[in-house]
Design a protein around this ligand. Structure first.
Ligand code: SF4
Length: 310
């Protein structure tokens, strides 16, 4: 398969920056927002303790004390970019950003969209936190703005979801995708490569399942063992192993080949958390991981979508 012309980039996959330049003709940046949400997988509504890899601390802002308003967070995020040289997407990132009554959500999202040069929303959430009122709200925004809904899946295998204490199953993820389909909402699935107990084939099955769903984007994360998490304890007592870099690079390359060429690649590895980081050491060098994935695609003379099967 030759490289698709519409990517208009120098990469072997369709990255978010290129997608946004194609769509809007300018640079678009995500501005991260912690709007003070919690998570039903931590507060006992669905489960307690949270996902086994989640440190539960929220954003750095939250760790410092009282959260600034959405407006203040957007204004300070914009300072990193040239005034009026860009457009912005307000990224409600921390914890479960649809876990509140629809009127409260409307007020927070409206506040973000009222800021100059903010052209849309990206909202991170769980597939089991999307009631009909939330879907109606989001599809209303999608008629006027650029809207992404980021849905945590991590794996299509229920045995894995149970092991990592996700508190939902694959069927619930499919239900959320179906209810959003055709409403103008762009869906981005989050998956983790290297979850304990998964074979290579099982990991690729998750990619194959996502490839044929009405999903527009993906974030692929490496599994990080962090101090203070259940997974971190498992890593320290030797009951789980963390994937090697070579294996991760090979599997992510396989996944890119499986995904359709139009799917927007929003992330290819996880990073950050330096203060509580345990393993794997290689994940701390994000640029090296990205370069290695690119080199592997070059070595295979391959691109995203090469092995996509409808
Ligand atoms: S759903 Fe997200 S915020 Fe909630 S426990 Fe899992 S990783 Fe943490």
């Amino acid at each position: 398969m030759p490289k698709p012309d519409f990517w208009k980039n120098n990469k072997r996959y369709y990255d978010l920056k290129s997608y946004w330049r194609n769509l809007f003709g300018c640079n678009v940046h995500k501005l991260q927002i912690d709007a003070g949400f919690s998570c039903p997988n931590r507060d006992g509504h669905i489960a307690t303790g949270g996902c086994i890899y989640c440190d539960g601390r929220g954003s750095k802002l939250r760790q410092k004390g009282e959260l600034p308003s959405v407006t203040e967070q957007i204004q300070s995020g914009k300072k990193f970019y040239k005034p009026h040289a860009s457009k912005y997407v307000a990224y409600f990132q921390t914890f479960t950003n649809t876990y509140a009554p629809a009127e409260k959500l409307r007020s927070l999202y409206d506040e973000a969209l009222a800021q100059e040069d903010v052209i849309g929303l990206a909202i991170g959430t769980r597939p089991d936190c999307l009631g009909p009122d939330v879907i109606t709200l989001l599809s209303g925004y999608a008629k006027k703005y650029h809207v992404w809904l980021e849905l945590g899946l991590q794996s299509m295998h229920d045995k894995t979801l149970k092991f990592i204490n996700r508190g939902h199953n694959f069927q619930q993820f499919l239900g959320a995708v179906n209810v959003c389909a055709g409403r103008g909402i762009n869906l981005c699935a989050h998956i983790i490569v290297g979850l304990p107990g998964e074979t290579d084939e099982e990991i690729l099955q998750t990619a194959k399942a996502i490839a044929v769903l009405p999903i527009n984007g993906i974030k692929i994360h490496s599994l990080l063992a962090l101090e203070g998490t259940a997974l971190g304890e498992m890593y320290k007592n030797g009951s789980i192993k963390i994937m090697s870099k070579d294996k991760y690079v090979a599997l992510v390359t396989d996944i890119l080949e499986i995904l359709p060429a139009e799917m927007v690649i929003q992330r290819l590895t996880a990073d950050g958390y330096r203060d509580i980081f345990l393993a794997p050491e290689w994940a701390m060098n994000k640029l090296d991981v990205l370069n290695s994935i690119n080199r592997e695609l070059e070595r295979r003379d391959s691109y995203q979508g090469n092995n996509f099967i409808k």
